[in-house]
Write a protein that binds this ligand. Structure first.
Ligand code: PGA
Length: 255
């Protein structure tokens, strides 16, 4: 059986000054010295990427960005390209986060172009999907996930192959920043569905190797029960990744 390495990723969103970011990541680096299981990634705001890179460069902590544009360069005021992220040392990029979809009107079509470009330039995409409360209550969770997966991976469906390494994050919108976590069973059910969908479109090997993170109010006291589920391979952590104590608690699975 394929052994999937757990990944705990911190999505800092629009938080932390350069000084605060350096302080946080320095603590993480020192506390995590000599360990690389689970894998750990931080996704700071663009303005702190360079400073954070300097702290993590000789450590196993990986660096990701929270968004990127699908073009390499050009007249796209306010945007950042994948090549620019590579240049500052990012290896990963979060794409299609529900805040990007809901507040900034990103569509599956735009996200598909971003995922494709990320792979092209050599960044590992962390593609986020998830239903709203209204959609869940209407019994549409699987329809929404199927639609988002089909839309955000449309280019690869057309090509009939998915590059290795994609990371998915199932983040039910109703659980993000609300303190409400999906139960381990609810999360497992969604993750199993997602893996099944990948298997159907891209085959066994892709499905078995695919890491699917859970995101939405992950805390030190709920991480263990989530991680105990067979299809949960890690977490995408927002609020609790902003404090060394809580993020380390999650990394160490301290219940
Ligand atoms: P949260 O955010 O952990 O604060 O709920 C998760 C996310 O949005 O990635």
């Amino acid at each position: 059986m394929t052994q999937r390495i757990a990944l705990i990723a911190g999505n800092w969103k629009m938080n932390l000054s350069i000084t605060e970011a350096v302080a946080l990541v320095s603590t993480l680096r020192d506390e995590l010295k000599g360990t690389n299981n689970p894998e750990v990634l931080v996704a700071p705001p663009f303005t702190t990427l360079t400073a954070v890179r300097e702290v993590v460069k000789d450590s196993p902590i990986m660096l990701g960005a929270q968004n990127m544009h699908w073009e390499d360069a050009g007249a796209f005021t306010g945007e950042i390209s994948g090549r620019m992220l590579l240049e500052v040392g990012c290896t990963h990029v979060i794409l299609g986060h529900s805040e990007r979809r809901l507040i900034f009107h990103e569509t599956d079509e735009m996200i598909d172009k971003k995922v494709k470009k990320a792979f092209e330039v050599g960044l590992t995409p962390i593609l986020c999907i998830g239903e709203t409360l209204e959609q869940r209550e209407a019994g549409k969770t699987f329809d929404i996930l199927r639609g988002q997966l089909g839309g955000c991976l449309a280019s690869f469906i057309t090509q009939g192959a998915l590059p290795k390494g994609l990371i998915l994050a199932y983040e039910p919108v109703w659980a993000i920043g609300t303190g409400k976590t999906a139960s381990p069973e609810q999360a497992q059910e969604a993750h199993e569905f997602v893996r099944g969908w990948i298997e159907q479109k891209f085959g066994d090997e892709q499905a078995l190797g695919l890491r699917i993170l859970y995101g939405g109010s992950v805390k030190p006291d709920n991480i263990s029960s989530l991680m105990a589920q067979p299809d949960i391979d890690g977490a995408l952590v927002g609020g609790a990744s902003l404090k060394a104590e809580t993020f380390l608690g999650i990394i160490r699975h301290e219940a």
